[in-house]
Structure formats: C-alpha cells, structure tokens
Design a protein around this ligand. Structure first.
Ligand code: C5P
Length: 292
C-alpha cells in the first residue's frame, strides 16, 4: 500500500475512429457497431491520490463543463471497480488535467475512466483483468478500448475489443467547433436509428488488409449521415476547412470534432491552413499503446 500522500499519475489519450459503422439496433436500446479505433498523443493527465482529499478536481484548457463530482466517468470507474473487487474507493482523490476537448467525439471522458482503472490496478495490485474489463464495460462503450489503446477493432456496443497491428505514425489535426449538443452521443445514435442501417464492410476490410497509410478520404463514419444536420454550422465548417486545406476532413466519433489524418510531415501545414476558421485547431499524431 502506498503512503497516503503518494500520487500515481498516468496519461489518458484521445482517440479517433478510422472506421465507425453502426450496423443495427439492439433489444437493450444500444446499437451494434463495428469500428476501428486509434489512440492519439493528445492526452489528459490523470492523478490519483489514494490518501485524498477525496473527490474529483478538474483543471486544464478544456475543463469547462466537465463535472468535478461523483457523476464524472473517472469517479464512476473507481466506484465500479471497487464494487467488483470489494474495495470501496474511500478517500480516493482524482485530478484530471483536461487537454482533450470534452464531448467532442474524441473519447476523453472514457479514456480518463480507463486510466483511473489502470492506476487503481497498480495501486491495489493483483486484480484480474476480467475485473477491469467488467468495470470498464459497466460505465460506457469506449472504456474497454482505452484499457488497451493503439489500433483496435471494437464490436458489440463497442466493448468487444480486438487489438490490431499498430499503424505507422500518422499526423492528425483536430478541428473542434465551439459548441456541442445535449446528450450528444445518445442523440446521434437516435438520429441514425431513423434511417435504414448500412451493410458494414469497411471495418472488416481494414482488419483483413490493414492499410499501411491512412488518409482522411479513406475514413468511414456512419454518423456523417446525420451529423451535418444535427450540429448547427458543421457543414459550413467542413466545406471551409476542405477548401482551405485542399483535402477531406472527417467526423471524429459521434462528433462534432472534424479531423484530418495523413503524413506526419504535412500536419503543421494543414493546421496553419485552418487558421482563422471558427474552430480550435489541435495538431497531434497517432500513438501505439506505449503511453501506458
Ligand atoms: O456508451 P456510452 O455511455 O458512451 O453511450 C451513451 C449513449 O449512446 C447510450 O446511452 C446509448 O443511448 C447510445 N449508444 C448506443 N449504442 C452504442 C453506444 C452508445 O445506442 N453502441
């Protein structure tokens, strides 16, 4: 057991979906998806203080709107794991340094939660992986992926994760619009559910024949069928960015962030071409599971 004042620190990376296919509705109200996920170097900082002071605190450029209480996914992850292994979080303190825009489709909240699980695994020791996975899946659909990171395929509601060979490093530029919508992910799935589902094949194809290089033009995302109607101004932003950059930009997860992916050496030029547009521009790169 660590001394009460000894903190454990970890990184919680963002993700983009290189493929995100929504293939059907399930009896439990969730949707069946088939997705290829990729972690990014852009990451929140997570600090765990086993000796307290208890609770959640949040700082950083994207702290706005992130709950600093027991509703935060990071806290709920600790409670869920504690329940499974019989160790209530007690005086646990969790601090999040939010570098990932919240509710943007980049998985920041789920990643914070997964990193708390990994830090608790190190703190408590000897936990079965199944306990971590159960805790992760009980609080959301992307959390299980973030226990692994790198490049992976996820199916089911997103909790069945298969690691894939890592992509070579790619540059990624994120374009984060100023606003999002209430209950964003649920609203986006609901909007899709009114359309006929597509026949998914891109995630399977990516798995069978991993592309050495990915460009934004290859990215497939079912949510693009509805995102440009749901998020005010997003269609105009996409058109403006594509005109300025001269290449496609795609929706990240359930949005509203847009992203470019391509050769690392081109990322700085892409980021500066977007200067002056109505969005926050963040240049980053893909990263394998080595951040852990
Ligand atoms: O998993 P997460 O808590 O992020 O999901 C938020 C909401 O998105 C769910 O309550 C559900 O309405 C919807 N969802 C879905 N199918 C999925 C994942 C999420 O319908 N595979």
């Amino acid at each position: 057991m660590s001394a009460p004042d000894r903190a454990r620190v970890g990184l919680a990376p963002a993700k983009v979906n290189l493929v995100l296919e929504v293939v059907g509705r399930r009896a439990d109200g969730y949707h069946e998806i088939d997705t290829i996920l990729q972690t990014l170097a852009l990451a929140d900082g997570v600090t765990l203080r086993p000796g307290g002071p208890p609770g959640v605190s949040v700082t950083g450029p994207f702290a706005g709107g992130v709950p600093a209480d027991e509703t935060n996914l990071a806290w709920r992850a600790a409670v869920a794991l504690g329940g499974i292994v019989g160790r209530p979080p007690g005086s646990l303190g969790i601090h999040l340094d939010k570098q990932i825009p919240a509710a943007g489709g980049l998985g920041g909240g789920a990643s914070d939660a997964a990193t708390v699980l990994r830090l608790l695994e190190a703190e408590w020791g000897g936990l079965p992986q199944a306990a971590l996975l159960e805790a992760a899946s009980s609080i959301g659909s992307d959390e299980a992926f973030f226990l692994l990171g790198g490049t992976a395929r996820a199916t089911g509601r997103g909790e069945r994760v298969t690691p894939l060979p890592g992509l070579p490093p790619h540059g990624v530029v994120l374009f984060v619009p100023p606003g999002t919508i209430e209950r964003k992910t649920a609203s986006m799935f609901a909007a899709l559910g009114r359309l006929p589902f597509e026949h998914a094949c891109a995630a399977g194809e990516f798995t069978r024949h991993p592309p050495g290089r990915v460009t934004a033009g290859q990215v497939v995302n079912s949510f693009e069928r509805v995102a440009f109607d749901v998020f005010p101004g997003l269609a105009g932003l996409q058109a403006g960015l594509e005109a300025a950059i001269g290449e496609p930009v795609r929706l990240a997860g359930a949005g509203p962030t847009l992203f470019w992916i391509g050769p690392t050496a081109q990322a700085a030029g892409v980021a500066s071409a977007a200067r002056g547009m109505d969005c926050t521009v963040i240049a980053t790169e893909t990263v394998g599971p080595q951040w852990r």
